[in-house]
Design a protein around this ligand. Structure first.
Ligand SMILES: C[S@@+](CC[C@H](N)C(=O)[O-])C[C@H]1O[C@@H](n2cnc3c(N)ncnc32)[C@H](O)[C@@H]1O
Length: 294
């Protein structure tokens, strides 16, 4: 990609896709598209309509820098563009929040299935909201849903607040700082959702290089990895309405143990749901209609 040649949109996409693939980036083509669209202040769709258009040197210089930071430094695309698509939303992303993952859409889908009436009033608690991804996706789909979303990170809550404004649901979300159920005193909710940190500290060494750019408190729960999940399962009954549902994202290997805790804790209809890659990803349980407030 030298300065004096003519390069079209398609040439740049092809070259960059091959370059990223050589560097072991699995999402080479889509990353190339997102970065080129960003460098051209355009959209991925528009690139497809302008494959033959020559790209000016000033735009190519901007793109070259992005390609270098993605390919060589392994900076995640969302940190380079400042945004990420999640569900049907475009969310702002900074290094203070976990970049929302497509895997987490499994949790959103499962939560929506527990809110079958689009127009019904309901309440939601999202523990560890990060960018706000889960709560905002649910609020965008259910116009009468109201949410409390919490995080230990004040910086993450600032990102969630900006995103709530961006997707026009600010009036239905209450953002609160604190750990686990601390910020909700004795309040109860119809639905509690969480994609908590669930990696063990010892797993840090073997992770994809991109994860080094994510906030550690979003990834690591403690020596076992299940510490925050355990606390969520044991605390949730005191914050669920009778018959309310707890939905937790987990690492695939954690599914049996978390489902076991839920059953032992008196949750009913406990089940494990797979993501699109058929890996166990979400554990769901219904709080008993009577008693069981451990
Ligand atoms: C895996 S990220 C998930 C972010 C977002 N919900 C998503 O799905 O993209 C976990 C989030 O939980 C927050 N967190 C970690 N420990 C927490 C705790 N004890 N209580 C509340 N939030 C916590 C982190 O700051 C981080 O924002």
């Amino acid at each position: 990609m030298t300065a004096n040649e003519t390069w079209t949109v398609l040439d740049l996409l092809r070259w960059t896709t091959a370059h990223f693939a050589k560097q072991g980036i699995e999402t080479a083509r889509i990353d190339a598209e997102c970065l080129l669209a960003h460098a051209l202040s355009s959209s991925r769709l528009r690139l497809y309509l302008e494959f033959d258009k020559p790209v000016e040197e000033s735009e190519r210089a901007r793109f070259r820098e992005l390609v270098k930071r993605r390919g060589h430094d392994r900076v995640p695309v969302a940190h380079l563009t400042g945004e990420k698509e999640f569900w049907s939303l475009t969310l702002g992303v900074t290094p203070d929040v976990l970049t929302p993952r497509p895997d987490t859409e499994t949790l959103v889908q499962a939560a929506l299935a527990r809110l079958p009436d689009r127009e019904a009033e309901a309440t939601l608690l999202d523990v560890g909201t990060g960018s706000g991804a889960i709560a905002l996706a649910l609020l965008s789909e259910r116009p009468k849903l109201r949410a409390v979303a919490t995080d230990v990170s004040a910086a993450a809550l600032a990102v969630a607040l900006a995103n709530a404004e961006r997707v026009a649901v600010r009036d239905r979300i209450d953002l609160r700082a604190g750990s686990l159920f601390e910020p909700v005193a004795d309040e109860r909710f119809d639905l509690i959702v969480s994609n908590p940190p669930y990696l063990a500290e010892a797993e840090a060494a073997g992770l994809a290089p991109e994860l080094a750019f994510e906030p550690p408190e979003a990834l690591f729960a403690g020596p076992a990895g299940t510490e925050v999940l355990r606390a969520l399962v044991s605390g949730a009954p005191r914050h669920l309405e009778p018959g309310g549902t707890l939905l937790l994202e987990i690492a695939p290997a954690q599914a049996p143990v978390v489902a076991g805790w839920m059953r032992d804790g008196g949750f009913e209809d406990v089940c494990v749901l797979d993501d699109l890659a058929r890996r166990p990803r979400v554990v769901v349980g219904r709080h008993a209609r009577t008693g069981g407030d451990a």
